[in-house]
Every structure is written in structure tokens, then in C-alpha cells.
Design a protein around this ligand. Structure first.
Ligand code: PLP
Length: 380
């Protein structure tokens, strides 16, 4: 099956053996009758497994070309499950420019439990090796990074991970499996905030993991059930529904993203524009190699370069909504320093480029002319 067919049919054989409904039924149930103790039809209790969630988990695995999918109540719940694979004394090397909530989970929860993190700029993969020692267990990669749109060479990082017998996890939220499939590049674990492009309609918070290795899948399944951060059947249905149009939404996100990035670059009041599709983006060649398109996420700064200038722009926008989150059909604008990345200390933030004037756009699938006119009037 090719990708566009998978979004609609992947892992969805026989979704409703009872009546043949085309969409998977929403099994709004906590428990399942047994004919004799242990005599059930594959489901016992909905924390351990639910048929609607199972449909979604199979769909996620299919999209990422993986063997096993697991769905969680949020992206962070999915990351939390991955981190519970490790024990005090273990060390993790993470991308330094990453989603603020991931950073908060790493430093405010898991560091306190004895796991050590190294936050490393990975645009040059070789730099990772100096942080590896006998306690290192995992490399955590986010690419493109949020919000600076850096690109990390997954295949190169994977070579380093394999050489030192480490797991490699990739947060594939920004790219989605439509643009980038990290398992094929050597990753062991794919993580998604399905809240974003997979759901695609800004109406559900959800997370997912995909892995190939059975033993790793079993460990993660144990954690999913034992810790219990699962998603409900209604939300599973919504994400399954969202996934059915992932390919056409992503195509439009990419087209509109390119148009908006080029417009911003041509605007005399705009200073830097961060978008991996530009040929002079430092890792444009890697983006070209590992992604099939450049997506709809763009960050930029203005020449005025003040908090006030950025605030004025985001307040003036009419079609772009000032809001956290990304990846929905509607265009959103965010101010990372005060919103998504406020949990990262200012000095650390600014080291990676998250200055006070930075604005991040999630370019939606509206008409490109309307989006550009809106930005034009707001930037002034
Ligand atoms: C939103 C996001 C997360 C966290 O996911 P939630 O669903 O909000 O818990 C993790 N990584 C990235 C890149 C994100 O954008």
C-alpha cells in the first residue's frame, strides 16, 4: 500500500466485524464480557486495550512503516512512557532546541528521578559523540526543531546510536509521516503529538509511539498499561478521522508554507526567516534528503527586534489566530518566548535563537493570498 492509501485504509482491515461499518465504531466501554474467566474476545478492560484505540494504533504503525503503534492521552504522555524505560543513573542526549514541554518533562520530572540529560546542538551529528559514556541509553531527536526549524540528519545520528548501542527516538510531530519516516532512517522509536497534524483539526489532544522491535513494543505496552496514560475511544476516533486527510492537508500546508516563507523573506521589515525549504538554510540539503517537503511551520524575527514589535504584529493578525499549538487546518501564530517556550529559561532560550521578537507561524490550509494579505497588514 502506498502512503495516500494508507492514510485511509492502513491497519483498518475488518474494522467492524459486526456490521461492516466503514468507519471504526467508537467502543465507549470500560469492560468486556467474558464467557468464562479469561474467555474474552481480545479485550478485557479499556486501559489495557480498546478496539477503537487499537484501530488508531494500527493506523499509526502503518503510516510510519512500523510494526507496533501505541496511543496515549497526549504527546507528553507518550514521551513520559519512553522515559520510563530508563532508571536512575542513565543518561539521555537530547536536541537542545526542542518543544518546551519536552524540556520541562526532562528537566523538572525525570532529572529529579535521577536521569541525566545533555542538551546538544545536533545540526552537526558528530558533536554528539563527546557526550556518550557507559551510562548513555538514548538519543532524543526533534527535527525539524521547534521553533528554530533546525534540521538534524536522522541517518547520521542513527549511525552513532548503533555504534554505541543506544536507542534513537525521533519526535516526528512537525514533519508527520507524510514528509519524513524516521524508522527507515534508523530510528528505534517514533513519537508524535497527534494533537498537531495527525489530528489536524485542533480538536483533540493525543500522543503516539511507533516502534519496530517486539521486545521494545512489549516494554512500552507494559508501561502504557501500568501507568495508564491512555486516550479515550472518542479521541481515538477523531484522530483516525483526521488521518484520513493527512496527505492532502500536508500537501497544502507545504504549498502555503512555501508561499508565506517567500513573502516574509521579501518583506523589508522582516529580519530572519527560519524555514528549511530555503536553499541557504544551513541544513537544507539534509532536509531535502530526509523529507519529501518542507511543511508549514515557519519562524521569523523583525528588524525592529523587540518584544513590542512582535506583540504588535501578533495582535494585529486577523486570519492567523494568536494561540499555542500547531498543525491544524487553521493558521496560527505564536510567540514562543512568552507562550510555548516560556518554561525554558531566557538565557537558554536565547542561546538557541528564541529571542523575544521571534514569531512562529503554523501555516494552515486557507487561501494563500488571504494569509499573505493578513501578514502584510500586520507587519505593516
Ligand atoms: C505539542 C508537541 C509535543 C507535546 O504534545 P502534547 O500533545 O501537547 O502533549 C511534543 N513535541 C512537539 C514537537 C510538539 O509540537
Amino acid at each position: 500500500m502506498k502512503f495516500n492509501t494508507k492514510t485511509i485504509h492502513g491497519g483498518q482491515e475488518n474494522v467492524d466485524p459486526a456490521y461492516g461499518s466503514v468507519m471504526p465504531p467508537i467502543y465507549q466501554t470500560t469492560t468486556y464480557s467474558q464467557s468464562t474467566p479469561g474467555g474474552h474476545k481480545g479485550f478485557e478492560y479499556s486501559r489495557s486495550g480498546n478496539p477503537t484505540r487499537a484501530n488508531l494504533e494500527k493506523s499509526l504503525a502503518s503510516l510510519e512503516n512500523g510494526n507496533f503503534g501505541l496511543a496515549f492521552g497526549s504527546g507528553l504522555a507518550a514521551i513520559d512512557a519512553v522515559l520510563k524505560l530508563f532508571k536512575p543513573g542513565d543518561e539521555i542526549i537530547s536536541t537542545n532546541d526542542l518543544y518546551g514541554g519536552s524540556y520541562r518533562l526532562f528537566t523538572r520530572i525525570f532529572e529529579g528521578l535521577g536521569i541525566k540529560f545533555h542538551f546538544v546542538g545536533m545540526q552537526d551529528a558528530e558533536g554528539i559523540e563527546e557526550y556518550i559514556n557507559e551510562n548513555t541509553k538514548l538519543i532524543w531527536v526533534e527535527t525539524p526543531t521547534n521553533p528554530m526549524m533546525n534540521i538534524i540528519d536522522i541517518a547520521e545520528v542513527s549511525k552513532i546510536a548503533k555504534k554505541h548501542d543506544l536507542l534513537l527516538a525521533v519526535d516526528n510531530t512537525f514533519a508527520t509521516p507524510y514528509l519524513q519516516q524516521p524508522l527507515g532512517l534508523g530510528a528505534d522509536i517514533i513519537m508524535h503529538s497527534a494533537t498537531k497534524y495527525l489530528g489536524g483539526h485542533s480538536d483533540v489532544v493525543m500522543g503516539g509511539l511507533v516502534v519496530n522491535d517486539k521486545e521494545l513494543a512489549d516494554k512500552l505496552y507494559f508501561i502504557q498499561n501500568a501507568s495508564g496514560a491512555i486516550c479515550g475511544p472518542q479521541d481515538s476516533f477523531l484522530v483516525l478521522r483526521g488521518i484520513k486527510t493527512l496527505h492532502i492537508r500536508m500537501q497544502r500546508h507545504c504549498e502555503n508554507g512555501a508561499a508565506v516563507a517567500k513573502f516574509l523573506r521579501s518583506n523589508p521589515k522582516v529580519d530572519k526567516v527560519y524555514w528549511p525549504g530555503f536553499e541557504d538554510h544551513p541544513n537544507h540539503d539534509i532536509a531535502r534528503k530526509q523529507m519529501s517537503g518542507f511543511g508549514g511551520m515557519i519562524s521569523f524575527t523583525t528588524k525592529a527586534n523587540t518584544l513590542e514589535s512582535a506583540t504588535k504584529i501578533v495582535e494585529k493578525l486577523k486570519i492567523f489566530t494568536l494561540a499555542e499549538s500547531l498543525g491544524g487546518v487553521e493558521s496560527l501564530a505564536g510567540h514562543p518566548a512568552s507562550m510555548t517556550h516560556a518554561s525554558i529559561p531566557k538565557v537558554d532560550r536565547e542561546k538557541t535563537g528564541v529571542v523575544d521578537s521571534l514569531i512562529r507561524l503554523s501555516v494552515g490550509i486557507e487561501d494563500e493570498e488571504d494569509l499573505i494579505a493578513d501578514l502584510s497588514q500586520a507587519i505593516g
